[in-house]
Design a protein around this ligand. Structure first.
Ligand SMILES: Nc1nc2c(ncn2[C@@H]2O[C@H](COP(=O)(O)OP(=O)(O)OP(=O)(O)O)[C@@H](O)[C@H]2O)c(=O)[nH]1
Ligand SMILES: [Mg+2]
Length: 382
């Protein structure tokens, strides 16, 4: 199962309670206060891992609860800190904070001041997440419009503190003064933070494929890389995104992403809908794959226009992304005639004729992908 979006409930561990104790030993009947401090509650941490490719583990276990810290003990024994809960997520996971409902607020239960309940946004680093620092960013989906972007895990090993474990309470030994030599109280542990989050995977690749079903996207992915997606002559063979890596002769690599086919009305949920477009949203450049032979009875130029309409309905900014048109199935008899007409009808961007199933035109595709990705990185840097 492939899961690219999941809502999770986070509950960091509470701090252990401080201890009230007094030392009683032979020859020291009034040894003074000796209550130890409570241990810290466990944090809930997300860690990006290149070996994880989707959020399925969180789909089955959406409640992330870290352990509580141990309470302090007598004879100055401090409680043990709880272990952090570290959850592995794929690179490209966005973390959106959802508004908490009143009944979920931890303060209702713990009676602690409201600051304790706030999730920690402190782990956002400006260089990691420039668009968050520019201002609060809300989710584009109207159903999630209250969700604000908290973090973005793009590189393997990068971590995000989703829930902060509560501090352990101080034991009574900390409250002894000259005037109050036997304090009969200690601090309770602080509550760990709680919150609801929406985790969304948006794959990070250089080139994203967009095309109608059966256009040959998976065939091209298999021809360019070592990925082995399912290929068949019926629509919607591909049901989840597939990633491949093109290895160039000078060891440079270009990552490509094949997603399920898009059809007219995808933005209204026709076919598999347009949710998979989220995976090409962060690609540096797009490759429109059209079946130039029109084997499914459609006209390739209509396909191209329709694909652009669907992208526009999903997110108009995607039309500004650098793009290449790949005219696939050039081995078919009607292809050359159609290509001429296609060039007349659509003349804005570059068209590369290929036959993915017969490895024709692939060298040109590799170079074009590499250049488009490089151009796009330069543009975003400068
Ligand atoms: N003649 C010819 N057939 C091709 C070519 N490339 C792909 N095909 C065929 O087109 C059909 C669909 O190919 P896929 O790669 O599964 O197409 P897709 O775009 O991934 O389709 P979905 O996963 O359903 O979106 C298969 O039967 C392929 O063998 C080509 O260059 N020439
Ligand atoms: Mg496919």
């Amino acid at each position: 199962m492939f899961v690219d979006a999941v809502k999770v409930r986070v509950h960091a561990g509470n701090g252990g309670r401080g201890c009230v104790a007094f030392l009683r030993e032979a020859f020291r009947p009034k040894g003074g206060p000796c209550g130890g401090n409570g241990g810290k509650g466990g944090d809930v941490i997300l860690e990006a891992d290149a070996n994880v490719n989707n959020l399925v583990n969180l789909h089955y276990q959406p409640h992330l609860r870290a352990k509580n810290g141990n309470p302090g003990g007598g004879k100055d024994k401090d409680g043990r800190h709880a272990k952090d809960l570290i959850v592995k997520v794929p690179c490209g996971t966005l973390i959106w904070k959802l508004l908490d409902t009143a009944e979920d607020s931890p303060n209702e239960k713990s009676g602690l001041p409201s600051e304790n309940a706030k999730p920690q946004a402190a782990s956002i680093e400006p260089d990691v997440l420039p668009d968050v620092c520019e201002g609060i960013r809300h989710h584009e989906d109207p159903e999630l419009r209250d969700a604000t972007l908290y973090g973005d895990l793009t590189e393997s090993g990068q971590r995000f503190l989703l829930g902060c474990g509560g501090r352990g309470g101080l034991g009574n030994k900390n409250f002894a003064t000259a005037q109050r030599q036997f304090p009969r109280f200690a601090q309770p542990g602080e509550a760990g933070t709680e919150g609801h989050f929406f985790l969304e995977l948006r794959i990070l690749a250089d080139i994203g494929f967009v095309g109608y079903p059966n256009a040959g996207k998976s065939t091209l992915l298999a021809a360019l890389s070592r990925a082995r997606p399912k290929i068949a002559d019926y629509p919607f063979t591909t049901l989840k995104p597939n990633i491949g890596i093109i290895k160039h002769e000078d060891f440079h690599q270009t990552t490509i992403c094949d997603i399920p086919g898009i059809i007219e009305g995808a933005h209204e949920n026709a076919g598999l809908g347009h949710a998979f477009l989220r995976h090409i949203k962060r690609c540096k450049a797009l490759a429109y794959l059209v079946d130039i032979a029109g084997t499914d009875g459609r006209q390739p130029w209509d396909d191209y226009r329709q694909l652009r309409n669907e992208l526009k309905a999903y997110d108009p900014s995607m039309l500004k992304r650098p793009a290449i048109i790949l005219a696939n199935k050039m081995d078919e008899p009607s292809a050359s005639e159609n290509l001429k007409r296609f060039k007349k009808e659509i003349d804005q961007i570059r068209i590369i004729p290929i036959a993915a199933a017969f490895d024709q035109g692939l060298d040109m595709v590799k170079q074009a992908f590499r250049k488009a990705a490089e151009r796009s990185s330069k543009a975003s840097l400068g």
